[in-house]
Design a protein around this ligand. Structure first.
Ligand SMILES: Nc1ncnc2c1ncn2[C@@H]1O[C@H](COP(=O)(O)OP(=O)(O)OP(=O)(O)O)[C@@H](O)[C@H]1O
Length: 267
């Protein structure tokens, strides 16, 4: 998914919240969105999820299935947790009849199945929102401050779920102002400041047993190469698309052009 010259503001006469944002998140990437309060992290995530539209510029390559977990789950709905998830499964045409029960169980929500959304604690409501976003395996999972209000057990589930989505080739964007990102190894950082976004590669591994090997693969084979590297036990630290660096470049690459995806895999 790619942001090309994206501008956004809340209202025609308002100041720009984001200006000229260029950034790319490849399949299989985890992107942690950082920035001070009010910098525009939530705005960026909502643009990524398609909840907001850019005033200028283009967001392309957004996967078809998007899981979106807002910072605050809208709990003012007249349903129980179980009803809400079953309705959402119907609305989202979830074919797997066990999807709701599986996520209720995994997120330790079974005991709240008959509780009205309005009566849930903030953390439990957040977990219902997370379950909703995962009813279909997401090609893009967008999590806005997912750790807020979660209990210790649920907090450990987030990195696990993020890893499962990225290992299946999905992209995860997650905002974090508390520094929980240490639990997401190999994540790219997007820092929102001064209305722009600055992307940074993951920090190098600290394990002295590891070396970093940079490889270039064809664009058309990148997803498979990443999956194979991970299956072989390597950590994929970064997936870089050199085209992104060119300002005002074409939005989609031509399919037959040789790719120069750079990955840093290590043992
Ligand atoms: N619906 C809205 N209408 C008008 N202005 C908004 C709206 N939502 C956010 N803003 C403003 O846009 C700017 C960016 O807000 P945003 O919520 O994206 O920042 P953030 O980095 O996620 O902040 P936080 O860490 O506090 O959640 C802020 O100045 C905020 O007041």
């Amino acid at each position: 998914m790619r942001f090309d010259g994206v501008w956004f503001r809340y209202g025609r006469r308002a100041d720009w919240t984001l200006r000229e944002v260029d950034a790319t998140a490849e399949p299989g990437a985890t992107v942690v969105v950082l920035g001070r309060n009010g910098a525009g992290k939530s705005t960026l995530l909502q643009l990524a999820a398609g909840v907001l539209r850019p005033a200028r510029g283009v967001i392309s390559g957004r996967p078809e299935t998007i899981g979106w977990v807002p910072e605050r789950f809208p709990a003012d709905q007249p349903f129980t947790a179980g009803d809400y998830l079953r309705r959402m499964a119907r609305v989202r045409a979830v074919a797997d009849p066990h999807a709701v029960d599986r996520w209720l169980e995994r997120l330790l929500l079974t005991e709240h199945i008959d509780t009205r959304l309005a009566d849930l604690s903030k953390g439990t409501a957040q977990k219902v929102g997370l379950a909703q976003a995962l009813l279909l395996p997401p090609g893009l999972l967008v999590l806005d401050e997912p750790w807020e209000g979660l209990d210790a057990v649920a907090r450990t589930l987030i990195p696990e779920i993020v890893a499962e989505v990225t290992e299946a080739g999905g992209t995860v964007l997650v905002s974090d102002h508390r520094g929980e990102i240490t639990a997401l190894p190999g994540a790219i950082h997007w820092t929102v400041s001064e209305h722009g976004v600055h992307a940074e590669a993951p920090t190098a591994p600290t394990d002295s047993d590891e070396v970093i090997v940079e490889v270039a693969v064809r664009r058309s084979e990148a997803t498979q190469a990443v999956a194979e590297l991970r299956a072989a036990g390597h950590r994929v630290l970064r997936i870089q698309n050199p085209e992104v660096r060119r300002a005002h470049s074409p939005i989609e690459p031509t399919p037959d052009r040789e790719a120069q995806q750079t990955e840093r895999g290590s043992r």
